[in-house]
Design a protein around this ligand. Structure first.
Ligand code: SF4
Length: 441
């Protein structure tokens, strides 16, 4: 990616401010941080724009699979390590559905995966894609299975077949839904790439060697297929780690365009598949395909993905506001906490456990936890009082106000600010059920 100085060279240096930044250098710094677009300066000429856009294109091409609500992006990564900036597009998880299943069984299997949904710190996790594979060897059967799955959900599909002729009927029928075609190898690259280019669909290539894959990429591009996904094999943990890492390093560190595409792994099922899937999630896999997946396997995997793909500079937050828990009334206690998602959901779960009706005021602390926000002067009595005011919290209840034990110090000033008695709650949220029961409200 160009540095701020490299961007600066192309700017007019008049500091007119029309881009919304006080100087051209300030604008260049925003460009380098990917927080602005070169289009925002009306004075950059077209040739400079083209040069800048080409040099700032992500070294890993972005590929969209699916259309509409369930579609997702893969690739567009710019760093090897999350802490350098952030990872962009989370690993997607697909499960395989064989086209040999009778229609009812096929739908029942798909529905069981669609029902596999989890909530964690305010986010919903579920399966991202179905991989329909042509186990029957009959192109018409693949088409009818794919059409049935496409009709029952908005999830993108991956169509797996031995060659272009097996995939063509399903690919044509679902062209508007933008399925991913899998998987072109040395023998089928020409016809598969031609099919992908003709229908404008993304294409997955498979080859266990880096050199072989680079050749397939060149061949696919030569046929006009640009949206590619690379499967370098998943024989073992070592294989996945080595191939995925070398491919990603080659594209990011050596600007080698031949491997600058999203990576995928077909991991099978069972315990070994989980290890491979976790490794792929941690090491640059954009898509992991399972033969089957159980809920007890999916939840830890999706939690791992959430941890890796959150922006390390932007904590997950909930909205400031007054949240009723367990059906509170006019005299229920009023607790408050910060808008750091993990804090909010922990406190909420502990209050729910108590079964005692409570109003919980969430204060916007820019996603900081209680002690950090207090130390950063974002969670003082004045912030809490302002949040109460904004949500009319004190009008909603005449019950006691309870401050988190960790910020007991603010209780005196908060009492003065809100004109209400402030009790000090426990240090740890886990003690809230006992504390609330002892309140006797
Ligand atoms: S609009 Fe262009 S010329 Fe004006 S300050 Fe911004 S970058 Fe500089």
């Amino acid at each position: 990616m160009p540095t701020a100085i490299e961007y600066f060279k192309f700017l007019p240096k008049t500091n007119c401010g029309e881009c919304g930044h006080p100087t051209c250098l300030a604008f260049a710094m925003q460009l380098a941080n990917q927080k602005a677009s070169v289009e925002e300066c009306p004075y950059v000429d077209e040739e400079a724009k083209r040069t800048l856009q080409e040099s700032s294109a992500p070294p890993v091409r972005g590929v969209t699979v699916g259309a509409g609500e369930g579609s997702f992006r893969m690739g567009e990564e710019t760093v090897l390590y999350r802490h350098e900036r952030r990872f962009v597009n989370p690993t997607a998880y697909a499960v395989a559905i064989p086209d040999v299943l009778p229609a009812e069984q096929l739908k029942a299997l798909a529905q069981s995966y669609l029902d596999m949904s989890f909530e964690r710190v305010g986010m919903t996790f579920d399966i991202d894609m179905f991989a329909v594979f042509n186990a029957s060897g009959d192109a018409e059967r693949l088409r009818s299975a794919a059409v049935a799955l496409d009709g029952m959900c908005s999830k993108p599909l991956m169509l797996i077949g031995a060659g272009a002729e097996d995939l063509r009927p399903a690919a044509e029928a679902l062209q508007a839904s933008r399925p991913l075609l899998y998987g072109a190898d040395k023998g089928s690259i020409s016809s598969m790439a031609a099919l992908a280019a003709e229908l404008g669909l993304p294409l997955a290539l498979r080859d266990g060697s880096l050199e072989g894959m680079a050749e397939l990429v060149e061949a696919a591009r030569g046929q006009g297929a640009e949206d590619l996904v690379l499967d370098l094999g998943s024989d073992s943990m070592r294989h996945v780690l080595e191939r995925n890492t070398v491919a990603r390093k080659a594209s990011l560190k050596r600007s080698f365009k031949g491997l600058g595409y999203p990576l995928m792994n077909l991991v099978g099922s069972g315990e070994e598949a989980m290890k491979l899937a976790m490794l792929s999630t941690m090491k640059y896999g954009s898509l992991v395909v399972f033969d089957s997946l159980e809920p007890q396997q999916a939840l830890p995997l999706m939690t791992l993905r959430q941890n890796i793909y959150t922006d390390p500079q932007v904590p997950i937050q909930v909205k400031q506001g007054l949240y009723p828990i367990n059906g509170p009334g006019e005299d229920s206690p009023l607790l408050f906490t910060t808008n750091f998602s993990l804090t909010y959901f922990t406190v909420r779960a502990d209050i729910e456990k108590s079964r005692i009706p409570v109003w919980l005021q969430v204060v916007d602390t820019e996603g900081l936890s209680v002690l950090t926000a207090y130390a950063a002067n974002k969670f003082g009595h004045e912030h809490v009082a302002a949040a109460f005011e904004a949500s009319s919290a004190l009008e909603s209840t005449s019950g006691p106000v309870v401050a988190p034990g960790m910020v007991a110090k603010m209780s005196g000033k908060l009492e003065e600010a809100v004109g209400r008695k402030v009790l000090v709650g426990p240090m740890e949220s886990g003690s809230l059920p006992k504390f609330l029961k002892n309140l006797g409200v």
